[in-house]
Structures are given as structure tokens and as C-alpha cells.
Design a protein around this ligand. Structure first.
Ligand code: ZN
Length: 563
């Protein structure tokens, strides 16, 4: 008996090992009728409509929104999907306030009898999130606070206890550039490096204003992109009308920052170097800042559009896979090279077309997967991920029962690739599903080639991750089949310089959607297998969002607490 038991024990242990290694990410093949429903003609058709001038650049609160939402709703209906909201509609209302600075106000720096006037748009841009007809900052003392970062886990504090209430903070963008990659993310930007974090720091410290110094490389984009933010700005409406935020938030050009530091009797480059050390102390500049912004205000009920495919399992159908893509872009704005309609063809007519095409694929299944699938097209992404933030704080279905988010922001328009980029690769078990499905297409996964740009914090999946939902954010591959090695980088650099957030982001001659088709088929397979799996996917141990998920699952009763 003992001998026999031993003989059996070994294969069982081996089998258990094999399970934990091989089974994760595997699963049934997606039904062939769903894969073949994903074709380039469908993707292309939706892109052409969504990126058309008649949709006026799809700005929240505009006629362009009405037309976009009507199109999405009609398409979800035609595909045969149910309304995604529990009120029986395809709409989730998202209350926003739109604030537009009027005219071209001057920002003034003063020291003693000397003043320096910064020109609107050319030298600086600024806005307020306060829901108020006008705001001003008058003779507010300026303090250079380096990177404005407080990261106790890295022993980093740029404030060193200094009271900066009522002051105007001048900050650098991105993380401190350190040779020691055990602090912050090395080349990868952490959330501390994001401009949204910098303004949150201003609010936390009750600063009157926060001015970020724009430098193209650490920001990840040229100043013209920042200038694009001077059109109407949206925010969710908070009960305090956003009055707890700093009065003025903005950016100044690198040249103006250098001139400011000179006025202060300082040298920009040497203070910047000292800001890259943990010993940095904030530097009062002895200069004051003044600016008055007059605002045009309007409140807008913008809309997320949501459709649902109900799962086929009586129990698991209460759990959800959520695909997201933002439908919004910048609308009609400042003219660049004779064009003023910000069509956002790549960003994000392609992702939205992908969402509709995936919906078509799922709807084609003879039997839906066990879990339910939501197709959520969110508003306000370009204004700070607002539609997805709204969904994440006011979810239609409990987040503890939301198995995964798969987000599309820009599809591949340049042909087949032998790889797929995963932003934040290594974060969760969703990577296993992606790796297996990619291997079936004879493809591999690769990490973000530009981790310094902080893309993980720059699209809608981040709001799901922040609430603990495992979130998958793929980007196009870099190895294009039959194209030279440099092809991907050339296309990417060209996009950043000439198209990103500009009216020139239109459907381009030469676009080849075969790569988008290939990626969407892969995203369908990932979602299908997650929807069929016995367990919901988890974050990897060590991931910054794992604790939030574990707490959420325990408190909301999606799983039994450990006994
Ligand atoms: Zn986008």
C-alpha cells in the first residue's frame, strides 16, 4: 500500500505543478463565428463614420456628442445587444462642468519694481477647476518645489514640511531622474510623475496655484499639446464645486521658466539638478505671481454609452467582463495648418470602432459565454479620464463582480505584427490569457517600449485598476510583418510630432487594418476565456492595486472570506 501510494503521489504532485504553470491563461477557443465576424470592412466602416467631419471632433456636450451617441446607440441596437444600463437604456449620464477661460489673460511675475508679463498660449496656459465665474491669484509668492513629490516608500519628500498654503508652486514634470532604479520606476514613469498628481499635490498643500515647467522629453509631448488644453475644460462636478483644488493650474514654457529663475537670481539647470536628489529643499523664489481668469461656465450631462451581452450561466452571468474605449475627442478648436476639426481618427475612433466590432463578434456567438460582457464607450477621456472615473465610482454593476477590464485607446493601423505591446505587462493574470492567445496567433507579448511616458496612467483602464479591477491595456506591436525594423518607431515618432491631439489626426491614406483585426480577434479570445474561466483573474503579488482588490472582494461578498 505504501509503495502504491508513493507511486501515485509523484504524478499527482507533477500534475498540480503543471496545472499552475500551463492551465493559467488557457481555455476554450472562441466560437469561430465570433472570430470571423471581426473583419476589416466592419472596423473601417465604423472608423469612417466616427472620424468624419460631421461628428465635429466628438467633444463632450456638443452637437458632435449627440451625433456620436446616437450612432453608438443605433449600432449596439442593430447588433442585437441589450441596453447596458439597469434603467433599460444604453446611456449612463455623466454630469460634467465645462469651464472656458475668456480672452487672453496675462500672467505677471513681479520682484521689487520689476515685472514680467507672460503671454497667453505662447508663454503659458492656465485654467481653473473652480466652478466660479472668475478667479484670481494676486501677488502670490512663488516657491520651486522640485518634482512636488512625496513618496515615503522611496524616502522622498520635496516639501520638507514647508507650509506652502496660498503660494504658487513651480514644479517639474515626471519622476526625479535617478540612476538608482530601485527608487521610483527607473525608466518607467510612476503615478508620482503624472501631471494630474502634481495638481493633486497643489490641492493637498492648499497652494493658490501650480505651474508646471514644460519640457518636451519628460512630459512626453511638445508644448503645442499643452496649448490644446486652453479650450473648454471639463471636470466631474463635486459637491464643493471643486473649490478645494488650487485656484489656478497651468504650465509655463521652459524658456519662461529659465527667465523666471534668472529673475529670482537662480539658475534653472542647477536647481533642476538639486531637485533630482532626496536632500532637495524647496526654494522660495522671491517673485510673486498674479493672474485673473474670467470663465464661461456650463454644466453638461455627457454620456457613457453601454451595451450588454448577458452571460449564459445562471450564476456567473452576474459577473462581468468590461471592454472600454473612449468615444470623445477635442471637438472644434484652434486651427492648425488650416484645419480646426479635431477628428481623433486614431484617438479614438479606432478604439470605438474596435468596441463595436467586438460587440458584433460576441453577438454572433451561438451561445454567449458564461459571464456577461459589457461594451462601455466612455466620455471625457481627453479631459482627464472623466467618463471612466464616473463609471468606476458609480458602477452600474458591482466592481467586486467585475472580472476584468480590457481597454482600447488607439488601434494598430499599419498592418500585421508578430508581437503585441502590453502596457504594464506583468500586472495581472490577464497577461497569461494574452500570452496564450497571442501564441495561438504565433505572436509574442512585449512590455511598453516607452515606459517613461507613463501610458499606464493615461487611459480609461486606470480608473478600473485604481478601484482594484484587473485591467488590461494593450497597444500595437512593434514588429511589423514584412516591414523594416525601424518602421514602428518611425510611425510612432511621426504620430507624436504631427498627429497626436491635432486636427491632423484623420484617417490616413495607406492605413492597413489587418493588424487591428488581428488584435481584436485576440482581445475577443482573452475576454471570452476570462468569461468562461472558473475563477476571476487576479493581480500579481506585489502589484500596487492587489490590496484594493482583495479588500473589495471581501467586503462586497463576491467570494467567501477565508475561514
Ligand atoms: Zn485616447
Amino acid at each position: 500500500m505504501h509503495q502504491v501510494a508513493r507511486l501515485f503521489a509523484v504524478p499527482v504532485a507533477l500534475f498540480a505543478l503543471a496545472c499552475s504553470g500551463d492551465l493559467s491563461g488557457a481555455g476554450p477557443a472562441a466560437p469561430p463565428e465570433s472570430i470571423s465576424a471581426i473583419d476589416t470592412a466592419t472596423i473601417n466602416g465604423h472608423i469612417r463614420v466616427l472620424a468624419h467631419d460631421s461628428l465635429l471632433g466628438r467633444a463632450p456636450g456638443s452637437l458632435g456628442e449627440d451625433r456620436t451617441v446616437a450612432y453608438l446607440e443605433s449600432q449596439f441596437k442593430a447588433i442585437g445587444l441589450k441596453p447596458g444600463n439597469t434603467d433599460g437604456t444604453y446611456i449612463q449620464k455623466v454630469p460634467l462642468v465645462g469651464i472656458t477661460v475668456q480672452g487672453a489673460p496675462t500672467l505677471t511675475f513681479s520682484k521689487g519694481g520689476t515685472t514680467k508679463s507672460l503671454r497667453w498660449r505662447d508663454d503659458y496656459v492656465a485654467w481653473t477647476k473652480h466652478v466660479a465665474p472668475s478667479v484670481s491669484v494676486a501677488k502670490s509668492e512663488m516657491v520651486f518645489v522640485g518634482y512636488g513629490t512625496e513618496a515615503p516608500e522611496f524616502g522622498w519628500d520635496d516639501f520638507k514640511g514647508m507650509d506652502v498654503a496660498g503660494k504658487t508652486l513651480v514644479m517639474l514634470v515626471n519622476d526625479p531622474p535617478l540612476a538608482d532604479s530601485s527608487k521610483f520606476g527607473g525608466k518607467r514613469m510612476t503615478y508620482y510623475g503624472r501631471w494630474t498628481y502634481k495638481y493633486e499635490q497643489g490641492m493637498k498643500h492648499k497652494a493658490a496655484a501650480v505651474l508646471l515647467v514644460h519640457e518636451t522629453e519628460p512630459a512626453g509631448y511638445p508644448f503645442v499639446v499643452v496649448q490644446g488644453r486652453v479650450s473648454e475644460q471639463f471636470d466631474l462636478v463635486t459637491p464643493d464645486k471643486n473649490l478645494s483644488r488650487s485656484t489656478v493650474e497651468g504650465w509655463i514654457t521652459l524658456d519662461q521658466a529659465k527667465a523666471l529663475f534668472e529673475m529670482a537670481g537662480q539658475q534653472f539647470d542647477s536647481l533642476k539638478a538639486s531637485a533630482a536628489t532626496a536632500a532637495f529643499q524647496p526654494v522660495p523664489l522671491g517673485v510673486t505671481a498674479s493672474v485673473k481668469l474670467n470663465n464661461r461656465l456650463r454644466t453638461v450631462d455627457s454620456r457613457n454609452v453601454v451595451a450588454k451581452l448577458e452571460g449564459s450561466d445562471p450564476v456567473l452571468k452576474d459577473e462581468y467582463i468590461v471592454y472600454t474605449a473612449h468615444w470623445d475627442h477635442f471637438g472644434v478648436g484652434a486651427t492648425v495648418n488650416g484645419d480646426s476639426i479635431y477628428n481623433g481618427a486614431l484617438d479614438n475612433a479606432t478604439g470605438t470602432a474596435g468596441l463595436l466590432t467586438l460587440a458584433k463578434g460576441y453577438a454572433a456567438m451561438k451561445t454567449p459565454p458564461k459571464r456577461s460582457v459589457l461594451f462601455l464607450s466612455v466620455t471625457g477621456e481627453e479631459q482627464g479620464l472623466l467618463g471612466s472615473q464616473y463609471y468606476a465610482v458609480a458602477p452600474i454593476y458591482p466592481l467586486a463582480k467585475t472580472a476584468a477590464n480590457i481597454n482600447m485607446d488607439g488601434l494598430n493601423t499599419w498592418g500585421l505584427t508578430s508581437d503585441l505591446t502590453v502596457i504594464g505587462l506583468g500586472a495581472s493574470e490577464l497577461d497569461d490569457y494574452a500570452r496564450v492567445a497571442a501564441a495561438e496567433q504565433a505572436r509574442t507579448l512585449r512590455p511598453d517600449p516607452e515606459p517613461e511616458k507613463g501610458y499606464y496612467y493615461r487611459s480609461d483602464h486606470f480608473n478600473f485598476a485604481k478601484q482594484g479591477v484587473p485591467a488590461f491595456y494593450p497597444d500595437q506591436g512593434v514588429e511589423f510583418v514584412g516591414k523594416p525594423k525601424e518602421f514602428s518607431k518611425e510611425k510612432r515618432d511621426d504620430y507624436t510630432a504631427n498627429f497626436y491631439h491635432k486636427p491632423q489626426d484623420e484617417v490616413l491614406p495607406g492605413w492597413d487594418l489587418s493588424g487591428a483585426q488581428q488584435d481584436l480577434q485576440l482581445f475577443l479570445t482573452i475576454g471570452y476565456r476570462v468569461a468562461e474561466a472558473a475563477q476571476m483573474p487576479q493581480w500579481r503579488v506585489g502589484n500596487e492595486f492587489k490590496a484594493i482588490r482583495d479588500t473589495s472582494l471581501l467586503t462586497k461578498g463576491a467570494v467567501e472570506p477565508p475561514k
